[in-house]
Design a binder for this molecule. Structure first.
Ligand SMILES: C[S@@+](CC[C@H](N)C(=O)[O-])C[C@H]1O[C@@H](n2cnc3c(N)ncnc32)[C@H](O)[C@@H]1O
Length: 386
């Protein structure tokens, strides 16, 4: 097979190798809605260590190869404040300014397939998508359930406008709205499926309220403590949603749920005997537990022979940085703000150890009008601060 059809088949076999067999309807949607119709001429390609720009006019073959690879393609920086073209040097390398966060993208095809499989949409289902982005997922959903059944919300008017053009060129017209997806779209409810393609820390109750009993909500739960977790919730007759975290999923955060970035002025320093790498290398189940118990986030990075673990407090922007250096018995912890973030993360880690180190799939979540609650094994064992 040659041309676009051949490229799509090769992409499908690449992502099958990563996420397992892709059911026929999702495969057919990939074949019917070519990804290249949704990618702008100039974009950034890659994962966390994004290194390359792609320009369809300058190098059409490289652009097409990137589009039909399993790479996320970033289409907007800093909510549009930093033009992508300005960040690409003549040799294709990147000059990203420090504040150029990735704020819109066409997600990696394996991730898209993975979440669609969890969503399990069927013809005739009414679907709400949150985060239209380039429109590709809305196009795939349109193929899966029928375009008149798809409602998709995008917060950024420019991104939403481009998605409408892309979808028009692909020959589908789902119902598109510009607004805050956290509110859902009550006028088009009830939904059988809610598909969220931006990261969230809190599940808005509006999505539960606007779902039919038996409806399924799939979202990337991204408390930013290590990697994110796909959550799959089922809505019950009493207007409550329960579900589990079947696997990994990491997405750009929903605008209203992004962490604060300006810490308070107060700084202090102390030491810890816990090797910071214990927290940095914790598995997914531990990360999930630490996030649920503390409400904190965490990331780590290496600088030469130094390893830093940064625990963050999303609502305030405060942090604790624990630094590992070779040959030490104690490690420095620098802290912004009064809350002992490092110690709270460490305590939560050892609580998780005391539970027998449960994996991600033993945790679940319940969402009610009062908020969300993470639990271990059953809703009767809530995971909260001690
Ligand atoms: C990873 S992209 C979505 C990819 C998209 N599904 C596609 O197929 O291209 C995440 C999108 O969510 C949007 N977003 C962020 N916060 C939002 C919100 N509160 N409501 C709706 N969309 C939001 C971003 O602007 C961005 O376009």
């Amino acid at each position: 097979m040659t041309g676009t059809a051949g490229r799509i088949e090769r992409m499908i076999s690449d992502i099958t190798a990563l996420v397992g067999d892709i059911p026929g309807p999702v495969r057919a949607a990939f074949q019917a809605m070519p990804r290249h119709l949704f990618i702008p001429p100039v974009a950034l390609v890659g994962g966390a260590d994004m290194t390359a720009g792609i320009d369809r006019h300058a190098d059409p073959a490289a652009w097409m190869n990137a589009v039909y690879s399993d790479m996320p393609i970033v289409t907007q920086l800093a909510d549009g404040a930093v033009p992508i073209r300005d960040t690409i040097s003549d040799d294709g390398s990147l000059r990203l300014p420090p504040a150029a966060d990735y704020t819109s993208s066409n997600s990696a095809p394996a991730t898209v397939a993975d979440l669609l499989v969890l969503l399990d949409p069927a013809p005739g289902h009414r679907v709400l998508e949150v985060g239209t982005g380039t429109g590709w997922t809305a196009a795939l959903l349109s193929h899966l359930v029928g375009e008149h059944n798809v409602t998709s919300i995008e917060v950024d008017p420019e991104v939403g406008g481009q998605a409408a053009k892309n979808l028009g060129e692909a020959g589908v017209t789902p119902y598109l709205i510009v607004g805050d997806g956290a509110d859902g779209c009550p006028d088009r409810a009830l939904y059988d499926r809610v598909h969220v393609t931006c990261g969230i820390r809190q599940v808005p109750y509006a999505w539960v309220e606007q779902s039919r009993p038996g409806g399924i909500i799939v979202a990337p739960w991204c408390p930013n403590f290590g990697g994110g977790h796909a959550v799959r919730l089922v809505v019950t007759l009493d207007g409550i949603a329960h579900g589990r975290f079947p696997r990994f999923a990491s997405y750009m955060m929903m605008r209203s749920q992004r962490p604060a970035t300006t810490p308070g002025d107060r700084r202090s320093e102390h030491t810890t005997t816990v090797d910071p790498r214990t927290i940095a290398a914790a598995p997914a189940g531990a990360n999930l537990a630490m996030a649920a118990i503390t409400g904190l986030g965490c990331y780590s990075y290496r600088e030469d022979d130094t390893y830093r673990v940064v625990v963050t407090d999303p609502p305030t922007g405060n942090w604790s940085v624990a630094t590992w250096r070779p040959g030490r018995d104690e490690y420095t912890v620098r802290q912004a703000g009064d809350r002992p973030l490092w110690e709270e993360a460490v305590d939560a880690y050892f609580r998780w150890v005391s539970w027998g180190e449960p994996g991600r799939d033993r945790f679940g979540m319940t969402v009610t009008p009062e908020g969300q609650q993470v639990w271990l094994d059953t809703p009767e064992r809530p995971v909260t601060r001690p």
